[in-house]
Design a protein around this ligand. Structure first.
Ligand code: ATP
Ligand code: MG
Length: 574
């Protein structure tokens, strides 16, 4: 490709709404342009890199035995009603009407469509296992689209869906995808690692997310360097000790705490109740029903765990107006010892199980209760791990201190079980003559998000540093004189032809621009290898080869193509 024939609108400054480095570079390097918030056009170079990522995904899915299909972006709402997700995923669903008034959904994912297909096309155990995948546009009505392609309203996802006869076979399908994902991200030059994840609205019982460490990531990952444990913070647990045992004290005693409405205030003079001897009482609304949550004063509630344990899809803190009639007091004086309605569901965190000598609100504004012995004084309906892990807590597996870091979720694998196959009748006739629902798994990769994660991980002050496998072009030839009859341009054309013939992706910067502009642009776009052809070095029979992330070398003209090929075959231009 000749630079002047394509469109590479590089920018010196990024638009002010681009907050993170990869978003800035996508715009500055002329890879994408914004049409509206969360909606982008891919320009020629961005599209080339995207296609390379897609191709890696496709090759690895094919290699893992998955078969490619293409499902419609327009989906009828009925199948979403059948799976139950018309309601539970309604916050992300784009809904539209056709001229006849019929409603349609724009595909945010395709479990319902593929399961409908399987219901119709798969009838016998002999047809299983099967794994279908597609690479296509997905639409989600994200409340806060941001960071460019990271969280867009419209994005490209690879989604795959496996159908198996047994749980065991489904696990094998899961493992194949897990391994394929590991290879895909490695081939994209990404340092991505799998972490245990919550299954959320999608359902199912086993799941891993693939994470790319990055300060700008929207996820927090808890990990143990010693034993390799890693989990999304929404799911992570630790081996933190239970609340220290104390003697069961005398009966519960009420005391006045005028104006004290925080854990911190109660821990100060004159009360001096340490946060770890307080019970924090929270009221949440889970699918429109209130639940009371008890957690230690120095712990934080993890809402995702709460949702997972209660099996609901939406929880929110209750408002003061909802709480007062329920417990008779305002937040700050709440508890679960007295004045608790008989039908209120009390959910307590494991860390305070069996704790004695605790202090909690009296359900009377301005009063607290001391000497609370949880087992004796509170009717807890359910115990569970509800707290959020903090850095430094001991690993549950090996007791070494846990660390936390931010990361970008680029992929997600789920074992789904029979949730969708049962709801949408995707059954098969087994060898024993019985009709059974297929055991499913689903597997997503955010292809456009992955592309941006590659840039978030590979950049410096001058621009993008593409891994060779996904660079829009691998080699940029930069003649400093571009008149067709000039020595530099003639040599550039020769290199271009030779490298192209060897299967290398080459761009020739034939712009009549100052050397500084051309070099700056090629660094900004981030081509892995640049061959500079200037009159001065040519006089010595040399050209200059510069790996994007390495030192410039002068090379004899005759050796230039081989030197470039060596860098290409070494994989990464260092
Ligand atoms: P997130 O937690 O980031 O909202 P998700 O868990 O809802 O993502 P999945 O349903 O697991 O996403 O989708 C599979 C993959 O699609 C994700 O791992 C992510 O890489 C990508 N993805 C999801 N939502 C978006 C989005 N709005 N923009 C770009 N990529 C996305
Ligand atoms: Mg996910």
């Amino acid at each position: 490709m000749k630079w002047t024939q394509t469109l590479i609108p590089t920018l010196r400054e990024a638009p002010s709404d681009a907050e993170i480095v990869s978003h800035k570079l996508l715009l500055r390097a002329g890879l994408i342009r914004k049409l509206a918030g969360g909606v982008y056009t891919f320009l020629p170079l961005g599209l080339r890199a995207l296609r390379k990522v897609e191709q890696i995904v496709r090759e690895e899915m094919d290699r893992a035995g998955a078969i490619e299909v293409l499902m419609p972006a327009l989906q009828p709402p009925e199948i979403w009603q059948q799976s139950g997700r018309y309601e539970t995923a309604s916050n992300v669903l784009f809904k539209l009407k056709d001229s006849g008034g019929r409603e349609w959904l724009l595909s945010p994912t395709a479990e319902e469509v593929i399961t409908t297909l399987a219901a119709n096309e798969i009838n016998s155990y002999r047809q299983l296992p099967k794994n279908f995948y597609q690479i296509s546009l997905k639409f989600r009505d994200e409340i806060r689209p941001r960071f460019g392609l990271m969280r867009a309203k419209e994005f490209i996802m690879k989604d795959a869906y496996s159908f198996d006869t047994t749980d065991e076979s489904a696990m094998a399908s899961y493992k194949k995808m897990y391994d394929a994902y590991t290879r895909i991200f490695a081939r994209c030059g990404l340092k991505a690692f799998p972490v245990e994840a919550d299954t959320g609205v999608i359902g199912g019982n086993y799941s891993h997310e693939f994470m790319v460490p990055a300060e700008t990531g929207e996820n927090e990952v808890v990990f143990c360097e010693a034993c390799g444990y890693a989990a999304n913070i929404e799911k992570a647990t630790s081996g933190i000790p239970k609340t220290a045992a104390r003697e069961i004290g005398a009966a519960v005693e009420k005391f006045a705490t005028p104006g004290v409405v925080t854990i911190e205030a109660l821990s100060k003079e004159p009360y001096k109740v340490p946060a770890n001897r307080q019970i924090k009482t929270l009221v949440y609304i889970a699918d429109s029903k209130p639940i009371i949550i008890l957690i230690r004063g120095d712990d934080q509630l993890n809402e995702t765990k709460l949702m997972a344990r209660t099996g609901v899809v939406a929880v929110r803190p209750a408002t003061s107006e909802e709480i007062s009639p329920l417990l008779g007091a305002k937040p700050g004086s709440l508890g679960a010892v007295v004045n608790v309605p008989a039908d209120a569901y009390v959910f307590a965190d494991e860390r305070i199980r069996g704790a004695n000598d605790m202090t909690t609100g009296a359900n009377e504004d301005g009063f607290h209760l001391r000497n609370v012995s949880i087992e004796r004084d509170i009717k807890v309906h359910e115990w569970s791990d509800l707290r959020t892990v903090s850095a430094g807590e001991p690993c549950a597996k090996c007791a070494k201190p846990l660390k936390i870091r931010r990361a970008i979720e680029v992929g997600h694998v789920f074992k789904l079980g029979t949730k969708y196959s049962e709801a949408l009748n995707a059954t098969f006739l087994d060898a024993d003559g019985a009709r059974k629902p297929s055991v499913m798994g689903c597997y997503g990769i955010g292809v456009t998000r992955t592309l941006q994660a590659i840039i978030e991980q590979g950049n410096d002050k001058d621009g993008v540093i593409w891994p060779l496998n996904v660079a829009p072009y691998q080699v940029c030839i930069t003649p400093l004189a571009v008149a067709p009859e000039s020595e530099a341009m003639k040599l550039a054309e020769k290199f271009y032809a030779e490298l192209t013939a060897k299967g290398v992706d080459v761009i020739l910067d034939d712009r009549d621009e100052r050397p500084g502009v051309k070099f700056k642009d090629s660094e900004l776009v981030g081509f892995p290898i640049r061959i500079g052809i200037g009159e001065k070095s040519l006089a010595k029979g040399e050209v200059e080869i510069k790996p994007r992330h390495g030192a410039m070398q002068s090379i004899k003209v005759e050796e230039a193509v081989n030197a470039a090929m060596k860098l290409v075959s070494d994989g990464v231009a260092k």
